[in-house]
Design a protein. Structure first.
Length: 332
């Protein structure tokens, strides 16, 4: 450490802060110290540092499934923000397993992470609440049920569902279908869709199909059940709980000869990268996932307060080809 300090022209304390409390060092000094450390091949002993200060430079990111591209976007935003503050992200995928989720929480504690960004399988695990009681903070990326004392940040899912259904109704679609999983976010999206139908000036209906998980494969399976219906029972507008479901529905319907948006309009949710590259580009609801991940890191580091995020993650309707009004359709 003394050699690094001499090479960078700073004090030993500055070198120590650079590797242990980087927020206390200016960007210019931090870059000088890191450059000198690289030149000398210096690597800080994180195990020793953890013994001394009680936590590591790592933050934990607990996600429920790597199959959802939204979580990759949240992770990207979190990693970029963490790197800007000299921190690192440890990503753990529970793969929808409560047992694996508990094991990863225990692992994070053993690694003495400074905090955890949590996207749990269901409700906030008791183990995570206990870890917070012992001094490791966490931020929930999602909707928190009931009264709670921990930070929870999320987009306005009810508003997003309302925008999706309102868009279909404005096109003259009247037999709407909502397809989504059993998740608090999806429940709010459904509530928004129901509100749009209830406020519709023209008579309209909203049927609900609950999916066990929200994947493209499940979406395609749902499309097959729809194709078994008589024409009178076929929807003319679908709101999907996420883009993966929507893309699976789109694939199955198009293969069967259903015209999208000719026979029905389709709206997804999340605006993942694949939405714009579908064979028929997908209309969807966008919310800033990367910004949410970055904000969660700032809250964990004490740079930002939860209340500062209010209204920042508003949903936005992105209209593409799966819901464009038909030529000559004067209902739109």
């Amino acid at each position: 450490m003394g050699d690094v300090a001499a090479r960078a022209g700073v004090s030993r304390a500055t070198v120590s802060y650079t590797f242990t409390q980087p927020n206390r060092v200016s960007r210019e000094l931090r870059q000088r110290v890191l450059a000198a450390a690289d030149e000398l091949g210096y690597v800080g002993n994180d195990a020793a540092r953890r013994l001394r200060v009680g936590h590591s430079l790592a933050l934990g990111l607990l996600i429920s499934s790597t199959s959802n591209p939204v979580y990759a976007e949240i992770a990207a935003g979190a990693e970029a923000e963490a790197a800007a503050h000299g921190r690192f992200i440890l990503v753990a995928n529970s793969d929808e397993s409560l047992e694996r989720e508990r094991a990863y929480i225990s692992f994070f504690e053993s690694q003495q992470v400074s905090g955890i960004l949590a996207i749990p399988v269901g409700d906030v695990p008791a183990e995570l609440l206990e870890l917070r009681r012992r001094g490791t903070p966490f931020v929930l990326a999602g909707v928190a049920a009931g009264p709670h004392s921990y930070p929870a940040i999320s987009g306005d899912n009810e508003r997003g569902g309302y925008l999706a259904a309102s868009h279909l109704l404005a096109q003259g679609r009247r037999r709407l279908l909502f397809v989504g999983g059993a998740h608090p976010h999806v429940d709010l999206r459904l509530a928004g869709a129901k509100r749009a139908v209830a406020e519709s000036a023209a008579p309209a209906s909203l049927e609900v199909i609950r999916a066990q998980v929200q994947t493209a494969k499940v979406g395609e399976a749902v499309s097959r059940t729809l194709l078994e219906r008589p024409k009178t029972g076929f929807p003319d507008g679908i709101v999907a709980g996420n883009d993966l479901l929507a893309l699976g529905l789109l694939h199955g319907l198009i293969l069967a000869g259903v015209r999208v948006p000719g026979d029905l309009s389709l709206v997804g949710y999340d605006d993942i990268e694949f939405a714009d590259f579908a064979i028929v580009p997908l209309t969807t609801i966008r919310h800033p996932s990367a910004a949410l991940g970055a904000s969660a890191v700032r809250i964990l580091l004490g740079i930002e307060e939860e209340q500062d995020t209010k209204g920042r993650f508003e949903p936005e309707l992105v209209v593409r080809a799966t819901s464009l009004p038909l030529a000559g359709n004067d209902r739109g």
